[in-house]
Design a protein around this ligand. Structure first.
Ligand code: SF4
Length: 224
């Protein structure tokens, strides 16, 4: 990636911060908490996944109890998150695998690994994809990663930060190479907000968008 792409990415970060604010992680969340929360948040709203997470922690105060709880019973506890049977299976499989590999429900070994190795370790757990791994590494370990969800993927492709036809998996390293590390946290949050509020999948509000002068999609006239 060239300097022009880096400059454009930095400019976009700044405009997003001016409009939506800066996200600062004041306290890193424990990695297993983050991992489970992220699995629960797949394909549902923040409200529903938070409700499921709170219910899970109240019902089973330790991760050991979650790991050994009957799967059907645990699935009912996280029902509000949707796809609860699949998520229960994924959470229990991830916890069991961590216990098997590490000998404990503890992910602090990742702090001694290079970011790519840590991401590889996490994605080798059943049901943990690149986005989930990036969230854990960014919010629990402060690593320079960018979780690419459907909003981040759509908005960055339209803006022209990555090619329109790039896959979600390939977009992540391309974006990480052009975005300054200190912007990654707020950019992740702000791109999701922008994707929900303005750059929607259908009928994006291009004529009201403060990023339009930097946007390839807008310049192409596709939005009209
Ligand atoms: S101008 Fe349109 S396509 Fe470009 S970022 Fe804004 S809303 Fe999205």
């Amino acid at each position: 990636m060239d300097d022009a792409a880096r400059k454009k990415a930095t400019h976009i970060c700044r405009l997003l911060q001016q409009n939506y604010g800066d996200t600062v992680v004041e306290q890193a969340s424990p990695p297993i908490d983050e991992l489970v929360m992220t699995i629960l948040s797949q394909n549902t709203t923040d409200v529903n996944s938070q409700r499921a997470y709170d219910n899970l922690r109240t019902t089973y105060p330790t991760w050991e109890e979650v790991m050994s709880a009957p799967e059907d019973e645990m699935a009912r506890v996280i029902r509000s998150s949707g796809y609860y049977k699949l998520k229960a299976k994924r959470i229990k499989a991830a916890l069991s695998e961590i216990q098997r590999r590490v000998g404990d429900l503890d992910l602090s070994l990742l702090s001694d690994m290079a970011t790519d190795d840590a991401a590889q370790w996490l994605t080798s757990l059943h049901g943990v994809g690149p986005k989930t791994a990036a969230i854990v590494l960014l919010f629990s370990f402060g690593r320079p990663t960018l979780p690419v969800d459907t909003h981040v993927w759509r908005v960055t492709r339209r803006l022209g930060l990555v090619p329109l036809k790039v896959s979600r998996e390939n977009a992540q390293p391309m974006l990480e190479s052009i975005i300054p590390a200190h912007c990654l946290c707020s950019l992740n949050h702000n791109l999701v907000l922008h994707g929900r509020r303005v750059c929607r999948a259908r009928n994006p509000l291009c004529s009201e968008c403060f990023l339009s002068t930097l946007c390839d999609w807008y310049a192409s006239g596709t939005w009209k």
